[in-house]
Design a protein around this ligand. Sequence first.
Ligand SMILES: [Zn+2]
Length: 131
Amino acid sequence: MSADGNESYRACQDCGEPLRGRRDQRFCGDHCRTNFNNAKKLAARIKRPEFLKTIPKILVRNYDILKQLNTSSPTKVKRSKLESLGFNFRYITSCHTTNKHDTYRFCFDQGYLELKDQMVLLVVQPNQVET
Ligand SMILES: [Zn+2]
């Protein structure tokens, strides 16, 4: 506790555990310091391209749009409805082709099947997010 009684909560920068040592302590131990510094060095060395930030955002937006529209699975919507909400058909997390040669595309557990006449069938498939 500091003299003014206003010490803020501090956590290890690697594992997030609370810190109880010196005020300038940043890690709970050597293991966490090494871990943190190695991860930082690796990230700097490989120079992550911008798409590592943008594509996950697109996938999450696609997921949100599918989830919002799929109120009672399965639901049929117009493809133009998805497009108007900003759905990006280029990005999915998985796909599944049935014996009837229908290809369902998924953003996490939220999926869709493109039908005739610009319609899209929305489905939920929990097994698509099993890792
Ligand atoms: Zn730690």
